[in-house]
Write a protein of this length. Structure first.
Length: 75
């Protein structure tokens, strides 16, 4: 996230809000649907959406699969 994004995220957190950044650069058809739903000019490039609001519960603990099971390196 660019520096301005980090500043926004920090300001939201300082205000007691939670945020979730959703990237759309790999989802086919999403940009067109968002443009239509929110009347966004087609000349704009939609990269992500920062959803924010008052948290209603603590975040769930995230678990991660072992990196060796997710990444294959071919030599």
């Amino acid at each position: 996230m660019p520096d301005c994004g980090n500043s926004v995220w920090t300001a939201l957190e300082a205000s007691g809000l939670g945020a979730n950044l959703q990237h759309y650069n790999s989802e086919p058809g999403v940009e067109e649907k968002i443009s239509k739903a929110f009347d966004i000019p087609r000349t704009w490039k939609i990269n992500a959406q920062l959803v924010f609001g008052k948290p209603v519960e603590d975040p769930k603990v995230r678990t991660f699969e072992d990196i060796d099971a997710r990444v294959v390196i071919k030599k």
